[in-house]
Every structure is written in structure tokens, then in C-alpha cells.
Write a protein that binds this ligand. Structure first.
Ligand code: NAD
Length: 477
């Protein structure tokens, strides 16, 4: 199934899907039922801004309702179009199935350059877009639950939640209508970092298997690995920060809209991000490292791990053959086109696919949704009880040691760590780590266990499609 012309993003996702279903035995018609997008709603609405009415175009696409609510982010970008939201909604279906988050797939987008509008204007636009979606149940705690994506974050999610609450004053579960809210507005600790944290956990799990790392010609763990990151937004920033500060990886290049910063000695991610925050998101004049104007060319530089974390289609038929990274982690959705995927695989490049690599966001969104429906913070009932039990155990050990004259003492550091009951952030990280490990194992079983499966992407699709198919079959379809 090789291609010579670049398919659209949605066609690319469909072609990847078909590579997997060609190896599966789905009943007649089921392949198509799972693959096609159920519906896409397009809305055009006007907002009075700066003395005139501005018209905006937005979308909410529902790919699969085999489980409800359906789930998927809302993107603000000038590149948003129907093909893109449908591709992203399909990826959400497969992603949720892979990490066993009980949702169908959806995605939304607004065709807008968010940097063109100030905060108050963005609030007006967001509330109006939300109003249009809420009145059609395309935002609803039981039916359709958005989250942040490119160009949106906690702030927009808080506006959406408030808009829903204003329109549904007696809905006790109103807060569960959207995830990615700030903690003070019904959000959960650890959601902002979740997708980047998930990328870190995915890589840690990959390197726990020396045979898998060897397929990419890599050895050891993440320490000292040279990493290139494209996009220092929510996902890229957190991934780069955790990999460098906690795992000893060296971020040798960061690629952004206005070029790249390259530094073989390793980039201080916090410092670069602080600089960008103070310079309207630009990195061109950053005083350390080397600025390269043609950022896209830096994707082709020598490194151990390439993390595209900005947008789709950045590795394509035109540059795939020149990519030198032996391991690519798709932190963004769809950064590698179908044709590029084929070229990279033939070169022996290992790709950790988007539906797995960036699933940390939806996983913690799932925790947030459960928290909103249960109306209680995780750990609130257990934390102090857990602490009391640990204190009792440590006190007893110290008493025994003293009675027997053994002179054992537990180090203050151990006591500090062990005695503390887990709070919400620790529980969220633990749940995310567990989810990323389990999902990797399910892909790996297929990757290593089947002679006809040669890459992680097909393995991920097979696991996800099989789970969606089972749900459809058990529903009687
Ligand atoms: P974001 O808006 O926070 O960050 C995107 C970054 O990419 C920005 O810094 C932007 O300047 C940069 N960028 C844009 N165009 C670029 C280009 N041509 N070259 C280099 N850099 C460019 O968005 P995000 O939330 O971090 O999302 C990034 C990707 O991750 C998207 O594909 C999104 O769908 C995916 N994703 C996000 C989440 C989430 O929780 N936010 C979850 C899953 C997947």
C-alpha cells in the first residue's frame, strides 16, 4: 500500500487504519462502521468585536459513539478544517480504546488565530462557540466532553464550563461537561502536564525493554540521550522539561514557528520557555545556543530521539528520507504522513505512535471527569488513614529495634517519603504511569507476538480496533 502523492490528514489516518484491518478478521461491514466519521457539525457565528461583526467558523466532529460520552479536544488555529477535525476525532476513538478510557472519539476546532485577539475578546468568542455547541448537546457531561488542544488551555476550558453551567443551572454534573479546567474551577492536579508527562512515561516504558530499544539501535536508558523537540507548547514543553530534569536526557534542539535553537551541550528548557514567554512566543533572539532560521531542516539533524510536538504532517514524503533519528515519538497528533511512515519504517526507524504517545492527556481527562462526577477530590478519604497506618508500622519497628537493642533507625528521608499519604497529584501520576505501561504492554504483545506485525503503529491500531469492534458486537450491531 505505498503512496506517491501525499494523502490528506484524514485519508492518512484511514490508510493507517486499513493497514491494520487488512491483518484482522472483522465481520462484514464492521470495518467501515468503525472507520467512518459519524457526523461533523459546522457552525458559523458572529461576534461583535472592535466595532464590527466578525464571523467565525467552528466544527465539532463525532467519530464513534460506541461509548458515550465522546471525548476530544478543541483546537484554535487558522489551519482548522473539516478534514482535520475528522482525522483528529478518529484518532481519539482509537486512542481512548488503546488506553481503556471509556469514551468514543470526537474533536472540535475553531478557525482562528488566537494571538490576534486579546483575552476579553477570546472569552466572548469562546463563550459564543460553546453556546452553539451546548445547545446541540455537542458539549454535555454525558454525551460530549471537550478538552484543550493546540491553541487552547485551562482558561478556555473554564469559560466553556461556566457557559455550560449558566445554560444548565440545575445540572449537578455540570463541571464534567469539559476537562482540562484549572484546579480552582473543578479541574484536577496534573492535567496541564499530563500529555508531556505521558510522553515521558511512554519513553521510560520503551527503554525498560532493551530488545525494543535495540530495534532502534539504542541501549541503556534515557540518561544522556540527545533529544530534538518540535513545538515548545503545552505538550513539548512538559515532555522536554521532564526528560531533561528527571531522566537526564539532553535537549539538543527546540524547533518553533520562528526557527530553532540548537545547542549540543543541552538546552535549559525552563530558561528558554521563560525567554519565549517574555518575547511573545518567539525564540529567534534567545541569547544561548545557535539560532537556525529554517526550523523544519532541524528535524533532519542527528539525534537519538525526535519528538514532534507541534502539529500534523511535519514529516512527509519530501523530508522523510532525510530524517536521521532512529526513534520518533509522536507527541503531536499525526506528525508523520502515511507515505513518510512507510519510508521511515523501511529505514528501520522506530515510531512510537501518536495514539499511544500523547494519550496522557485524555487519560488524566478521564480522571478529571470521574472526579467531577463523584464530587470529591481523589485521596480525600484515604490520605490520613494511610498515613496513620504507616506511622503505626514505623513506630512499631522502632520500638522493636530499641527493645532488642539493635539500634536500627530509619533514615529521615525514608520516613518522610513513606509516611506521607498520597495526595491527588501523586494518585494522578500513578494512574497515568500505570495506564501508559499497560497500553504499551498491549501493543508490545501484538508487535512481538505476531509474525505479520512489524511496527508499533499497526500493533496499536489492532489493539484499539479490536476493542471497539468488541463493543459494537456486544451492543448487537
Ligand atoms: P500548544 O498550542 O500549546 O503548542 C503548540 C506549539 O507548537 C506552540 O508553541 C507553537 O508555537 C508551536 N508551533 C506551531 N506551529 C509550528 C511549526 N510550524 N513549527 C514549529 N512549531 C510550531 O499545543 P499543544 O496542546 O501542545 O498541542 C500540540 C500537539 O499535541 C497537537 O498536535 C495536539 O493535537 C497534540 N495533543 C495535545 C494534547 C493536550 O493535552 N494539549 C493532548 C494530546 C495531543
Amino acid at each position: 500500500m505505498s503512496v506517491t502523492a501525499e494523502p490528506s490528514f484524514r485519508d492518512s489516518v484511514d490508510l493507517m487504519f486499513k493497514r491494520a484491518t487488512a491483518l484482522m478478521d472483522l465481520g462484514p461491514g464492521l470495518e467501515e462502521k468503525i472507520r467512518v466519521c459519524n457526523s461533523t457539525y459546522t457552525v458559523r457565528f458572529g461576534v461583535r468585536l472592535r466595532g464590527k461583526i466578525e464571523t467565525f467558523t467552528g466544527y465539532r466532529s463525532v467519530h464513534s459513539e460506541h461509548m458515550e460520552p465522546v471525548k476530544g479536544g478543541i483546537r484554535y488555529s487558522l489551519g482548522v478544517n473539516q478534514d482535520e477535525v475528522e482525522a483528529l476525532a478518529a484518532l481519539m476513538t482509537y486512542k481512548c480504546a488503546l488506553v481503556e478510557a471509556p469514551f468514543g472519539g470526537s474533536k472540535g476546532g475553531l478557525c482562528i488565530d488566537p494571538r490576534k485577539w486579546d483575552e476579553h475578546e477570546l472569552e466572548q468568542i469562546t463563550r459564543r462557540f460553546a453556546y452553539e455547541l451546548i445547545k446541540r448537546d455537542l458539549i454535555h457531561p454525558a454525551q460530549n466532553v471537550p478538552a484543550p488542544d493546540m491553541g487552547t488551555g485551562e482558561r478556555e476550558m473554564a469559560w466553556i464550563a461556566d457557559q455550560y453551567a449558566r445554560m444548565n443551572t440545575t445540572d449537578i454534573n455540570a463541571k464534567a461537561c469539559v476537562t482540562g479546567k484549572p484546579p480552582h474551577a473543578g479541574g484536577i492536579q496534573g492535567r496541564v502536564e499530563a500529555t508531556g508527562r505521558g510522553v515521558q512515561y511512554a519513553l521510560r516504558e520503551f527503554f525498560r525493554h532493551p530488545e525494543d530499544a535495540a530495534k532502534a539501535g539504542l541501549t541503556g536508558d534515557l540518561s544522556g540521550k540527545r533529544v530534538i523537540v518540535q513545538g515548545l507548547g503545552n505538550v513539548g514543553y512538559h515532555a522536554a522539561k521532564f526528560l531533561s530534569l528527571e531522566d537526564g536526557a539532553s535537549i539538543t534542539a527546540v524547533i518553533e514557528r520562528d526557527g530553532a535553537i540548537v545547542d549540543d551541550a543541552g538546552i535549559d528548557i525552563e530558561d528558554l520557555r521563560a525567554w519565549m514567554n517574555g518575547h511573545a512566543g518567539a525564540l529567534a533572539d534567545y541569547p544561548r545556543g545557535l539560532h537556525v532560521k529554517d526550523g523544519a531542516a532541524v528535524l533532519e539533524s542527528d539525534c537519538d530521539i525526535l519528538i514532534p510536538a507541534a502539529l500534523e504532517g511535519v514529516i512527509h514524503l519530501g523530508n522523510a528520507a532525510r530524517i536521521r533519528a532512529p526513534l520518533i515519538v509522536e507527541a503531536a497528533n499525526g506528525p508523520i504522513t502515511f507515505g513518510a511512515d512507510e519510508i521511515l519504517r523501511h529505514k528501520g526507524c522506530i515510531i512510537i505512535p501518536d495514539m499511544y504517545a500523547n494519550a496522557g492527556g485524555v487519560t488524566v481527562s478521564y480522571f478529571e471527569w470521574v472526579k467531577n462526577l463523584s464530587h470529591i477530590r481523589f485521596g480525600r478519604m484515604q490520605r490520613r488513614a494511610e498515613e496513620s497506618r504507616h506511622i503505626a508500622l514505623v513506630t512499631e519497628l522502632e520500638r522493636l529495634s530499641s527493645d532488642k537493642g539493635l539500634g536500627w533507625t530509619l533514615s529521615p528521608d525514608f520516613k518522610d517519603k513513606y509516611l506521607r499519604g498520597a495526595g491527588e497529584l501523586e494518585l494522578v501520576r500513578s494512574g497515568l504511569d500505570d495506564t501508559m505501561r499497560a497500553a504499551y504492554q498491549s501493543m508490545r504483545q501484538i508487535w512481538h507476538g505476531r509474525a505479520d506485525v512489524h511496527d508499533l503503529r499497526v500493533a496499536a491500531y489492532i489493539v484499539a480496533i479490536d476493542r471497539v469492534a468488541k463493543t459494537y458486537v456486544s451492543k448487537g450491531l
